[in-house]
Write a protein that binds this ligand. Structure first.
Ligand SMILES: *[C@@H]1O[C@H](CO)[C@@H](O)[C@H](O)[C@H]1NC(C)=O
Ligand SMILES: *[C@@H]1O[C@H](CO)[C@@H](O)[C@H](O)[C@H]1NC(C)=O
Ligand SMILES: *[C@@H]1O[C@H](CO)[C@@H](O)[C@H](O)[C@H]1NC(C)=O
Ligand SMILES: *[C@@H]1O[C@H](CO)[C@@H](O)[C@H](O)[C@H]1NC(C)=O
Ligand SMILES: *[C@@H]1O[C@H](CO)[C@@H](O)[C@H](O)[C@H]1NC(C)=O
Length: 653
């Protein structure tokens, strides 16, 4: 049968991917030594290639031998082989970085890659919205909206609940968990939205786990497929919006009116306990004797902004050759706790920490049907002679009577498709007491390391090492939270799926190592030699204050121009990734020069605070000063480079 597509000119095969690089996206990996992930269904549906993603961090030079996500991990000088979760200060700026394969942005009609796309950045933190500590918000007479996350110790998928009585059970404490079992149980019991466009896909059931992209209702982690595929979502969700990036800014109106941060959402309570199917409208809910309730997170609306342009079929950088990014200002701990959207991290006596995860969804489609206006009214209905505007692998008539037809590659489950990546768990920490810590109210910029060991071909679609942001502009008075994490099991071995196995790189196979040393000042960005600190005493260590964090001690000053503490210690911590924290530490004489014995993570990070009265030594126009730095192990010139720049600029008036 020949079938004419009116808008043939725009027909495009949609096959894309989306990988988060900072903070490191898991792509469902945990600690695999193979290039392929073990289990693409572990926590969520990425729809990505099996090769992308980064392992969870290790705290020391040994691979973690179990799961740990608790704040005691931030204790310095313990040599346990545990996981490391990053710690970011509340209100600090985090450069959120990703790659998306099919391009985005470029809504001009003359753009050859014209497509409709958006990115949704959301996070959630541990919270018990039912037995909420503050009583601020309680929702559902069960625990479906409770968040109690862990990275897990094995790559198996957590089991779901067979009936309501099991939703709070935890039969697999060693398996990773993001959403709760109650959340997924609700998804299986709640009606899906029947108004959505399904083209010619036959959905296997009436629950929210069946969608056009997932017609068989396959389960990944405890994610609800319908909530995953659509935004803004009409039913309550535990995810909190950070940003919506789009090629079509007129859609921001819909985002403002439909986001769940500051809009009220209704839901039907009281039916699921009896294993009844749960309606999604008020009238259907009350007709079944359910209780219609409303919920509002009471948070500021998400940022809605233009998505950066990137080229289609190029899993790479944006227009200006910098990676696609969003500068995320992390939420304040008290704002989330007082509104009932987070609880103190599990096991914590104080509410200094929140335990969180962030996800990015990348969504795109073409102009072959209007993605925002097409509803189930346009679904295929062959018996009545009605054909969906897009159909599976159609043979199309190009108007040549002698030609049977040309076949298009169209998968209607993926025509209009959503990709996803999620971080491993990280902590958001309260700022310290301003009477004790001089930078407590400063602008804080996170400076991190992305990437994993291997060469470009072996790593792909993950990336090699780099500092993030590569070029960071700050002023006197600002602070930089320098922190990195790495794995000891990035061996990138077989199976390697669509790519090459191998872990080319420096030092012990499979290990990531970060460090930070200043390079020769004034020589520009092209140098690859560290600065001999004893000969150039006008170095960053004599000019800025350096603070470390320890779980028991809190924030403590390591060195600084106004203190009598030796700055060598700060330099030593950064050069050895915290293996040595004082020039008096025993064992320094046996230091392994490629950092093989150093920790894979800089535990607690290092806060570099530039005093507000610090004088700049301009070596750039506009009175700016440039501080260049490198990683000594991974900067194997001509093969790989790991260097970065801090630009100090005068404080703006
Ligand atoms: C597309 O049109 C815009 C103006 O609408 C122009 O600024 C841009 O340069 C054009 N791009 C190309 C590739 O011609
Ligand atoms: C993706 O785009 C489709 C329109 O093509 C829309 O219905 C859906 O809500 C979007 N999903 C997300 C997660 O943005
Ligand atoms: C949510 O916040 C946005 C942006 O501040 C605002 O435009 C909108 O009116 C708010 N919505 C409600 C229901 O308060
Ligand atoms: C630098 O890279 C090359 C090629 O990958 C490797 O043979 C060499 O050992 C590396 N240098 C160091 C010091 O690891
Ligand atoms: C860089 O790596 C290539 C192999 O990939 C090797 O032939 C070359 O010697 C390396 N260069 C250096 C400086 O190590």
């Amino acid at each position: 049968m020949l079938y004419s597509l009116v808008l043939l000119a725009f027909a495009t095969v949609i096959n894309a991917d989306c990988y988060l690089h900072n903070p490191r996206g898991s792509n469902n990996r945990l600690n695999e030594q193979s290039a392929n992930r073990n289990n693409g269904d572990r926590l969520f549906d990425s729809q990505n290639n099996n090769r992308g993603g980064y392992n969870v961090g290790d705290k020391n030079d040994d691979a973690a031998n179990g799961a740990t996500s608790h704040v005691e991990t931030f204790t310095l000088n313990t040599d346990q082989a545990t996981q490391y979760q990053m710690m970011f200060y509340e209100g600090s700026k985090l450069q959120f970085e990703w790659t998306n394969q099919h391009g985005c942005g470029g809504s001009e009609v003359n753009d050859t890659q014209k497509l409709n796309c958006n990115l949704v950045i959301q996070y959630m933190c541990d919270v018990d919205r039912f037995n909420n500590n503050n009583g601020a918000v309680t929702i559902f007479s069960d625990h479906s909206m409770t968040v109690d996350m862990r990275d897990g110790a094995t790559t198996n998928t957590i089991e779901d609940a067979d009936n309501f009585a099991e939703v709070d059970d935890d039969p697999n404490p060693d398996r990773g968990r993001h959403e709760s079992r109650g959340w997924y149980y609700h998804c299986e019991k709640r009606f899906r939205n029947k108004g959505l466009f399904h083209a010619d896909q036959n959905l296997n059931g009436d629950a929210a786990k069946y969608t056009r992209q997932n017609p068989n209702g396959n389960r990944r982690g405890l994610e609800c497929p319908e909530e995953r595929d659509y935004y803004p979502y009409w039913h309550v969700t535990p995810w909190i919006d950070a940003a919506y990036l789009t090629d079509d800014l007129s859609f921001c109106q819909t985002v403002m009116a439909g986001n769940q941060n500051n809009n009220t959402v209704g839901y039907c309570d009281g039916l699921i306990q009896n294993d009844e199917t749960v309606p999604i409208t008020e009238s259907a809910c009350t007709a079944k004797s359910g209780i219609w309730k409303t919920f509002n997170k009471g948070l500021p609306a998400p940022d809605c902004a233009a998505a950066g342009w990137s080229r289609t079929n190029h899993l790479g950088n944006g227009r200006d050759t910098e990676a696609l990014k969003y500068d995320w200002a992390l939420p304040m701990v008290d704002d989330l706790i007082s509104t009932g959207n987070a609880d103190k991290a599990t096991g914590q006596q104080t509410d200094d920490f929140l335990k969180c995860v962030v996800r990015v969804r990348y969504n795109m489609t073409t102009d072959d049907y209007d993605p925002k206006m097409t509803t189930s009214a346009m679904d295929d209905d062959e018996d009545n002679g009605f054909f969906s505007p897009v159909r599976q692998n159609p043979e199309v008539d190009v108007g040549l009577t002698t030609l049977q037809g040309l076949k298009l590659a169209v998968n209607t489950a993926q025509f209009g498709r959503t990709f996803q990546d999620r971080s491993h768990i990280f902590y958001i920490k309260k700022r310290p007491d301003p009477t004790k810590v001089e930078w407590a109210n400063s602008n804080i910029y996170n400076l991190n390391i992305r990437g994993k060991r291997c060469n470009i071909v072996q790593c792909f679609p993950a990336v090699e090492y780099d500092y993030i942001p590569r070029i960071l502009e700050v002023s006197p008075g600002d602070a930089i939270h320098l922190q990195w994490t790495g794995s000891n099991t990035h061996n990138n071995g077989n199976p390697a799926g669509d790519g090459q196995a191998g872990d080319a790189g420096e030092g012990t196979g499979g290990t990531d190592r970060g460090n930070w040393v200043q390079t020769l000042p004034g020589a520009g960005r092209g140098t690859n030699y560290p600065l001999p600190l004893d000969k150039f005493t006008d170095n960053i260590f004599t000019r800025a204050n350096f603070w470390q964090y320890d779980y028991a001690e809190g924030e403590t000053l390591v060195s600084g121009p106004g203190s009598n503490k030796p700055w060598v210690n700060a330099a030593l911590i950064l050069a050895t990734s915290g293996q040595f924290r004082s020039a008096n530490d025993p064992g320094l004489e046996n230091f392994q020069e490629l950092l093989n014995d150093a920790p894979a993570s800089l535990v607690g990070g290092m806060m570099i605070h530039f005093p507000s009265n610090m004088a700049l030594s301009p070596n750039l126009p506009e009175n700016k000063e440039e501080i260049t730095y490198m990683n000594t192990r991974n900067n194997n010139f001509s093969n790989r480079s790991q260097k970065g720049v801090i630009v100090l600029k005068p404080k703006s008036a």
